[in-house]
Write a protein that binds this ligand. Structure first.
Ligand code: PLP
Length: 393
């Protein structure tokens, strides 16, 4: 139990953090809680049977799975009939895109600040249903999606808008509640990719006012499984993909396609228990301190460009920090750092290729990205700054 926010105490809950490796690729995937690992071992050891059975072990397995769904729904402030758990956010958006109903000629708005997960499914949908796609961009140096830069694109013809809560490159937090209001003012549906937000702040889909929201638990201290929310009202636009003889009442019935991984689903209560015991204000303040150490160094050099907000304010951004260095490839920085240290961070476009190519105008090596979460320490970031000082010209 993490009574208050104590980094040393909470690090103890993650077996992987006892190794000689600094984990700074958390936007790629976080480490898993020991309780999650144990619950998966327990489930597979004792209750790994097909769901729906009425014999003793079958009933145990059914209730563990149901508890996973209930915990996930409660954590994000949704009803259990408003969520579906599935292989990945990409997969869940693709399922949703195959199920949404629109009319030929309707318009949809997609942003260029996205991981491709929040683009391809909707392009596929637009192609299938003959919808018109409009692109939403916030150019440099602002690089921030707002109701103001969305409004010129909105009209009664627009039926669907999608954007990210936080870019996996830029780290800035979008005000999705304000954007939702703008989207709803023309009667369109609003979908948000919460993958980069969820590891850092609590998720409350009703407060956000969104129609669809998804994120992946493998970046939120759990196993490789994701959740998609669709409000009951938004589900009126969702055509069930279920077999004809199966129920079509809940979102799981409609989009689940039998694809939730049982052992992963039943481990979600362990993640939610951990998240509910954390002091989230203290966690955000700690993340603010981590990003301040790195940003102070990066901002102090004229040859370094931080892509996205240069502010360390935790209200502005989460600690996913991407940068490029004049005359040095992002790949070389990472490779050189790996030669002399145990720091794990990465280079590239991180599947936000439209953002890197078309908005930031970067070469194929993209950015160097350091992505921290609340279990990282100030000492680790100070150590990284020393490593960077050694590998940079
Ligand atoms: C912002 C963002 N959206 C979506 C995804 C894709 O998530 P998944 O791997 O669950 O499909 C990622 C993965 O890195 C991401 O960073």
């Amino acid at each position: 139990m993490v009574a208050s926010f104590d980094v040393a105490q909470l690090r103890d809950l993650f077996p992987a953090l006892k190794q000689d490796q600094v984990f700074f690729d958390n936007a790629g995937g976080s480490q898993a809680l020991g309780d999650v690992v144990d619950s998966i071992t327990q489930y597979l050891s004792k209750t790994n049977v097909q769901l729906g059975a009425s014999y003793h072990t079958g009933k145990l397995s059914n209730s563990k799975y149901d508890e996973g769904y209930e915990a996930a729904a409660k954590y994000i402030g949704a009803g259990t009939d408003e969520i579906v758990l599935g292989a990945s956010t990409t997969q869940l958006f693709m399922n949703l895109s195959a199920a949404l109903k629109f009319n030929e000629g309707d318009e949809i708005i997609l942003s260029k600040m996205e991981h491709e997960t929040n683009v391809k499914p909707w392009l596929h949908m637009a192609d299938r249903l003959k919808l018109k796609v409009k692109w939403w961009v916030s150019e440099k140096p602002e690089l921030k999606l707002t109701p103001e830069n969305l409004k010129p694109l909105l009209s009664e013809k627009v039926k669907f808008v999608s954007c990210t809560h936080v870019s996996n490159i830029l780290g800035g937090i979008h005000d999705v509640a304000a954007i939702a209001e703008a989207v709803h003012s023309v009667g369109a549906l609003f979908c948000v990719d919460g993958v980069s937000f969820a590891p850092h702040r609590p998720v409350d889909v009703k407060a956000f006012g969104v129609d669809f929201y998804a994120f992946s638990w493998y970046k939120v201290y759990g196993p490789h499984i994701s959740v998609l929310y669709a409000s009951n009202k938004a589900q009126e636009h969702v055509n069930p993909l279920a077999h004809y003889f199966n129920p079509t009442k809940t979102l799981e019935d409609k989009l689940g396609l039998s694809a939730s991984n049982y052992e992963a689903v039943q481990s979600i209560p362990q993640i939610v228990k951990y998240l509910s015991e954390i002091d989230h204000d203290a966690s955000a303040a700690h993340e603010g301190k981590l990003q301040a150490i790195l940003l102070d160094f990066l901002n102090s050099r004229d040859d370094i460009t931080v892509h996205g907000s240069t502010s360390a304010d935790a209200k502005e951004r989460i600690p996913t920090v991407s940068f490029t260095v004049k005359g040095v490839s992002s790949r070389k920085i990472v490779e050189d750092a790996e030669k002399i240290s145990n720091y794990g961070f990465r280079w590239g476009h991180f599947y936000s290729k439209r953002l890197c190519d078309e908005v930031l105008g970067l070469d194929e090596d993209g950015v160097t990205r350091v992505s921290m979460v609340h279990y990282n320490t100030e000492e680790e970031v100070k150590g990284l700054v020393e490593v960077l000082k050694k590998v940079l010209p």
